[in-house]
Design a protein around this ligand. Structure first.
Ligand code: SAH
Length: 458
């Protein structure tokens, strides 16, 4: 993080704007929205700028800039087209430790202005740390369209009941659960529709009826790595869980989307290094839910595809704990799409088979004869150990030695790599490639299409 995001309370605080043109005017109106006491200094000031400043109780000084105008100021903005003057304002402010912003000169800024979504009192600020203001603005447009216009009204209305509800529900997690329920349900709808009296009645009733929350478990598929591939439901539950129990395959950008104050419990398993045995994970989920926690069991890909999700919910069901399962994009779908390899194709493959291979005494244990079929794509969910052996066995059981193979490593993430070969030489290629787990192996004629269809990382 290059900048610290903060919200600055500048109501009635003296702020200086150097410059009197259109850019200065934009900054002044922002400062006035936050009720600052603005001084504008410039040799030339737009009449409408002068008007708003004077009306707000600020002052306009028609004069050349001098460092003495900085005295006692909380914030300084330089918005002139005179580069030397801008630099001077920056240097003088730095000496006095006053936060300063020179418009459109990131190197002359002690603070920068974010893109803003204003649903006061709810305000969302977005910054690209000056790297791409256009991207920040695009993100802002998306959020604007997602957040109900009356969100601010909702926040304001809720503020009136905070103290009362804090007193009635002193336990933080009980209170949070109460608000989460009400802010996503009928209460919120009533406020959005301006029916404030009814909303209040509803809230008071809900408060009397409120029960301590019972725990539950969300078994959530997090997809193969790219956070864009999460489902809406996955995201919602990740943001509402008290505890997140996650695996090695869940990527950091996805973990970053979980609720900030959720307890994060890592139970990942590296091959041959079972960090937490499966039974212990099952027990852990039951125990946390019994404590009244909302537990998000976050798993790579889809929880029901080589994810042992079934075993986990079996134990929950036995213990009578409510749960829900959220499907995720499995590695085969994610990796094949991002590598440009359709898993089926009318000309090349009519079926696709997902396989995982366990090594038994160092040898993969697979139903070989079932794997060798014309026009069938094979997807191997497993790491690199045993790949050479599998390829040899496939050839020994009759697969064409020149059958195309693609190995996708870290699929759908910025680290994605695709290695193309044939079953007779892929193991050798892998050995020389430095490619790392997790890897997914796709075997079949569909791999030939990769050349034409790759669009990302291929
Ligand atoms: N439930 C998961 C699979 C778990 S098995 C899912 O539906 O995707 C673990 C195997 O999945 C790994 O050994 C690897 O073969 C594959 N895998 C998972 N994520 C992957 C990724 N981003 N890139 C390549 N392979 C991946």
């Amino acid at each position: 993080m290059d900048y610290l995001p903060v919200f600055f309370r500048i109501e009635q605080q003296p702020c200086l704007v150097v410059g009197g043109g259109h850019i200065a005017k934009r900054k002044v109106s922002l400062l006035l929205k936050a009720k600052a006491k603005v001084t504008v200094i410039a040799l030339d000031v737009l009449p409408e700028l002068q008007d708003v400043v004077l009306k707000s109780g600020g002052e306009v000084i028609i004069a050349g800039y001098h460092a003495s105008y900085l005295n006692g100021k909380r914030l300084v903005i330089a918005a002139t087209d005179d580069d030397i003057l801008n630099r001077q304002v920056f240097a003088d402010s730095e000496v006095l430790n006053i936060p300063v912003n020179v418009v459109d000169s990131p190197e002359l800024c002690r603070f920068i202005f974010p893109s803003i979504i204003d649903r006061s009192p709810v305000v969302i600020a977005i910054s690209s740390s000056g790297q791409s203001p256009v991207l920040a603005r695009m993100l802002r447009t998306r959020l604007e369209s997602m957040i109900p216009a009356a969100y601010g009204q909702l926040a304001e209305f809720v503020g009136k009941f905070r103290k009362q509800i804090q007193a009635t529900l002193p336990d933080t997690s009980v209170r949070r659960a109460f608000w989460e329920k009400e802010l996503q349900g009928r209460f919120a709808e009533l406020v959005y529709n301006g029916r404030l009296d009814e909303a209040e009645t509803h809230l008071q009733h809900a408060l009397i009826a409120n029960q301590p929350p019972s725990g539950e478990v969300y078994l959530v598929g997090a997809g193969p790595g790219d956070p864009d591939l999460l489902t809406f439901r996955a995201l919602r539950l990740m943001q509402q869980a008290d505890v997140v129990v996650y695996d090695r395959l869940v990527s950091q950008p996805i973990l970053d989307l979980c609720r900030r104050d959720a307890d994060m419990v890592y139970v990942g398993k590296a091959r041959a290094d079972h960090a937490v045995p499966q039974e212990d994970i099952n027990h852990l989920l039951v125990r946390l839910a019994k404590e009244g926690k909302r537990v998000c069991r976050l798993k790579g890909g889809d929880p029901f595809i080589f994810g042992r999700g079934g075993e986990e919910i079996e134990e929950l069901a036995e213990a009578g704990i409510p749960f829900q399962v959220v499907p995720g994009i499995t590695a085969a779908s994610g990796c094949s799409a991002y590598a440009g390899i359709p898993l089926t194709h009318r000309d090349y493959a009519q079926s696709v088979r997902f396989v995982t291979g366990h090594l038994k005494d160092g040898t993969p244990n697979l139903p070989w004869s079932e794997l060798i079929h014309e026009r069938q794509t094979l997807v191997l969910y497993m790491g690199l150990v045993g790949l050479a052996e599998i390829c040899q066995q496939l050839i020994a059981h009759g697969m064409r030695p020149d059958m195309p193979v693609a190995l996708v490593s870290h699929g759908t993430t910025p680290k994605q790599k695709v290695l193309i070969g044939e079953i007779q030489n892929i193991a050798e290629k892998v050995a020389n490639s430095g490619i790392k787990a997790p890897t997914l192996t796709i075997i079949g004629d569909v791999v030939k299409l990769q050349d034409k269809l790759a669009w990302f990382g291929g």
